[in-house]
Each structure stands twice: as C-alpha cells, then as structure tokens.
Design a protein around this ligand. Structure first.
Ligand SMILES: NC(=O)c1ccc[n+]([C@@H]2O[C@H](COP(=O)([O-])OP(=O)(O)OC[C@H]3O[C@@H](n4cnc5c(N)ncnc54)[C@H](O)[C@@H]3O)[C@@H](O)[C@H]2O)c1
Length: 326
C-alpha cells in the first residue's frame, strides 16, 4: 500500500523536458524547476553546455540527464518542453553554421513532433536576433526585423526565425499549445568564459588585468538581463493562459553603451585594465533594447536585478573559476 501512495504522489509532479539544459540558461532553469517541485529531464549534446553546469543536480531523485542531439527525434513522456538547445554566441554558432541551422530547424521539428505526440505544452527560446539590425527602436514584438539572410550571423538569426514559423504553423495546423520567448542579452554565472560575449569577455579580461576589447567606438548600446530574472519570465510564460502564444520580448530594458559596461566592469573588479579598440564585426547591431510592455502586462513580469548587482554575482563566479584554473 505505501508503494501505491508514493507512486500516486510521483505522478502528480509535472514532467518537464529542458533541451540545452546543461547550458548557461538551461542549467539555471533546471535548478528553478526542481525547486518548484517538477520532475526534470535535461537533454543536451554538450556542444557548448557542460556536465559541470549541472553537476550539483546529478543524483537528485527528480533530475535526469540524457545525452541527446535535438536534430534527432526523441521519444519521452513529458508535460512541458522548454526548447533551449542551440549555441547562442557568435563564436559557437559560427563554428559549424550548417549544424546551427539544423539545430534550430530540425530541433524545432523534432521537439514540436514530440509535443504533438504527447500533447505537451512547448516553449521556444527565440532571440532578439530575429530583429536583425533593427530600424526601429526599441523593438516591440510587432516589428518584423531587418535581417541579412546570407551573412555570417544568418545561420543563427534565420534558423531562429524559421523555428518561430514552425511553432506558429504547428499551433495553427495542429492546435499545439506554444509559447515563443524572444530573449535579449542575458548574463550571469555559468556563462562561457571564452565565447566572445561582451559581459564574460570584459569580466575575464578585467580579472586577468588584460586590456578590455571594444569593437568599434563603443557607442553601440546593449541591454543586459540577469539570468534569474530571465528564468522567472520563462516560468511565467509557460504558466500563462493557453491563448497567449507570444512572441514576447524578455530582457532588461536598461540600455548601456559598451563603453559604459567596460567602465563598470573595471570599477567592480578593481582592475587596472585599459581599453583597446578593434574593428566592428559584420552585421553587428548598433542598438539593442527590448520593449517589454507585453511581458509586463501579460506575465506581470519585470526584471528586478540591476546591472551592478548582477555583475557583482557574475564577477564572483568568474573569480572562483579563474582561481580554480578554469
Ligand atoms: N544567453 C543569451 O543572451 C540568449 C539570448 C537570446 C536567446 N538565447 C537562447 O537561449 C538558449 C540558451 O542559450 P545559452 O545562453 O544558455 O547558450 P548555451 O550555449 O550555454 O546553451 C545552449 C545549450 O544547448 C546545447 N546544444 C546545442 N546544440 C544542441 C543540439 N543539437 N542538441 C542538444 N543540445 C544542444 C548546448 O550544449 C548547450 O548546453 C539558446 O537557444 C539561445 O539561442 C540566449
């Protein structure tokens, strides 16, 4: 009898699949879902994610790790799917651009197919890059974007755009319950130290006392969202009413120039680093800031972590890693 009781209790837990769960955002999402009482299946091919990111979760009774590439079909029983699998930084997604497009497009088809078979709700981690180099500012969800289809960033931008198309076609054609999040620059502990993203780049350079690399004149702007805020938004989006599909912008609207960020990082790390200038790469957007009115209204969400507070936590993480020889 006691076994029946515990089986019944077990079945009440929501079973959640997180693809790309061993990555930066995915590992924080797995943590949060476990804390919320879910049964979490993390699927990852470890292209950019690592077991270290989720080492503290392995062995927990409601956490399961599966080495799986989303470009292949997956057969599991789940109630919800967060589809995060995709390299996110230009260095990584340009390493094998054909595989990047496959991960976005075939990955979306496979995960949507799974959602259809098991009637799961599915959330896509899309990106602000679907707006390309935007001609309107800030970008609201109604803006269709200004994207180069044949440039070095296109494998990521167009792959994510096609994934959004697939999500909406599965919704219209098969009645799938979908959620599309357009994520803007997110930072925090467990970012890759060498993937060329500006926050991790600056912190690692400052901690090593190396010059901070500024591409262009540093007047281009970016908005930075702390990872805990983003994870909170993803959870709220998944829990939103079935009628709400998105796409919805998720990010922190506080806008900073790259020079502002460099100076903040130098001050917070108390580094003696100086700044060096390099040529701006192709298709680098001049301005990036989310319009999050929709997320505020529908999800009742607003980011809570200011840039200084988030940078301090991220710096502490990288300081630990560098001290450990990472
Ligand atoms: N971090 C950001 O600022 C940001 C901004 C916009 C969108 N996003 C999106 O959020 C998601 C997570 O980004 P992140 O910053 O955590 O990046 P990340 O590189 O740390 O995580 C991506 C994860 O996906 C895994 N992966 C890659 N290809 C795979 C495949 N074919 N099969 C299975 N797993 C695969 C990687 O190993 C990694 O663990 C991505 O889809 C990314 O496009 C992130």
């Amino acid at each position: 009898m006691p076994r029946l009781v515990s089986a019944a209790r077990y079945s009440l837990r929501k079973r959640v699949l997180v693809t790309g769960g061993a990555g930066f955002i995915g590992s924080h999402l797995c943590e949060r879902l476990l804390a919320d009482g879910c049964d979490v299946l993390c699927a990852d091919n470890f292209f950019t994610g690592t077991k270290d990111n989720i080492a503290h979760l392995i062995g927990r009774p409601h956490f399961e790790l599966l080495r799986h590439d989303v470009t292949f079909p997956l057969y599991v029983e789940v109630d919800e799917i967060y589809n995060l699998a995709c390299p996110a930084s230009p260095v990584h997604y340009q390493f094998d651009p054909v595989q990047t497009t496959k991960t976005s497009v075939h990955g979306a088809i496979n995960m949507l197919g799974l959602a259809k078979r098991v009637k799961a709700k599915i959330l896509q981690a899309s990106t602000s890059e679907v707006y390309g180099d935007p001609q309107v500012h800030p970008q609201a969800e109604g803006y269709w974007g200004h994207v180069n289809p044949i440039g070095p960033r296109s494998c990521y931008d167009e792959g994510k755009r096609c994934a959004e198309t697939l999500f909406f076609d599965y919704h219209r054609q098969h009645g799938l319950r979908i959620k599309v999040a357009r994520i803007f620059n997110t930072y925090g502990p467990r970012m890759h130290p060498n993937d060329g993203r500006v926050v991790s780049n600056f912190i690692v350079q400052a901690l090593k006392g190396a010059p901070l690399t500024i591409y262009g004149d540093g007047s281009q702007t970016r908005a930075f969202c702390y990872v805990d805020d983003l994870v909170d938004a993803l959870i709220r989006l998944m829990a939103s009413k079935d009628g709400f599909t998105g796409p919805v912008n998720l990010g922190n609207p506080g806008e900073f120039t790259i020079l502002d960020l460099a100076r903040k990082v130098i001050a917070l790390t108390r580094s003696g680093s100086r700044l060096v200038r390099r040529k701006l790469p192709a298709d680098d957007p001049r301005q990036r800031r989310p319009d999050i009115a929709l997320a505020r209204r529908v999800l009742r969400w607003t980011p809570k972590t200011g840039l200084d507070a988030g940078l301090k936590k991220t710096i502490a993480y990288f300081r630990g890693g560098l001290a450990g020889g990472a």
